[in-house]
Ligand binder design. Structure first.
Ligand code: PGA
Length: 247
């Protein structure tokens, strides 16, 4: 049985004053069986650590540089995230891929950089609406996975998480149906089976895209859905905790 994971992705939201109550409420209210984490904006990592340290709630970053250090103005390295006690870091979120030009190769390099410093990368993959309508969802997701597999190898996924996030479901209120999500999750797991049945069986594959308290249980009940990556609903403690309990 794989442990489930519910991870919040705050994106570019929050303030020192506003975060405090949210972090405390999540820390104090986390009663679910699943693992739980929040990925906060870089400036709030110290605050997340101060509030969450010693609790069952882990924390992480939303991106990481592919470089270890150097003249890369504005970038944040994996060792910096590790310095602040991060366990997780998102890599290849569709907003990074589409707004900031993160190619499959860059995502693969970021994944490797995260692993190198002991962080658990959460590799995000997913198709756009046009790609789904063109019938190439499987090809797109496989291409995104293959770039990372070619660079880091299948064994790296014993220390990584995959998140399937159909771009058309992110922040739109339009969730993939449990059957649609399960179909892609099964395809993702099958891609790993061909390299290592053992890694495939243990791999946590999260679903992300408009997960809410009302649809979480059915999604997480699917055979290959091992929890969720939660955007909007992770900003409301009550909703995020309800989703955690559903996992
Ligand atoms: P959403 O975002 O839950 O607001 O759709 C998910 C994500 O982008 O990780």
């Amino acid at each position: 049985m794989r442990t489930k994971l519910v991870a919040g992705n705050w994106k570019m939201h929050g303030s020192l004053a506003g975060n405090l109550g949210l972090l405390q409420a999540v820390r104090d209210g986390a009663r679910g069986q699943a693992e739980i984490a929040v990925c906060v904006p870089y400036p709030y990592l110290a605050q997340a650590r101060a509030v969450l340290d010693g609790s069952k709630v882990a924390w992480g970053g939303q991106d990481v540089s592919e470089h270890a250090q150097g003249a890369y103005t504005g970038e944040v390295s994996g060792s910096m995230l590790a310095d602040f006690g991060c366990r997780y870091v998102l890599v290849g979120h569709s907003e990074r891929r589409s707004f900031y030009g993160d190619t499959d190769a860059v995502v693969a390099a970021k994944f490797a950089a995260a692993l190198k410093v002991g962080l658990t990368p959460v590799l995000c993959v997913g198709e756009t609406l046009a790609e789904r309508e063109a019938g190439i969802t499987g090809a797109v997701v496989t291409r995104q996975l293959d770039a990372v597999l070619a660079n880091s190898g299948v064994a790296a996924f014993s220390r990584a998480v995959v998140a399937y996030e159909p771009v058309w479901a992110i922040g739109t209120g339009r969730t993939a149906s449990p059957a649609q999500a399960q179909e892609v999750h099964a395809l993702i797991r099958a891609r790993f089976v061909s390299d290592s049945a053992e890694i495939a069986a243990g791999l946590q594959i999260l679903y992300g895209g408009s997960v809410k308290p009302g649809n979480a249980r059915e999604l997480f009940g699917q055979a290959d859905i091992d929890g969720g990556l939660i955007g909007g609903a992770s900003l409301v403690a009550e909703d995020f905790l309800a989703i955690h309990v559903a996992a």
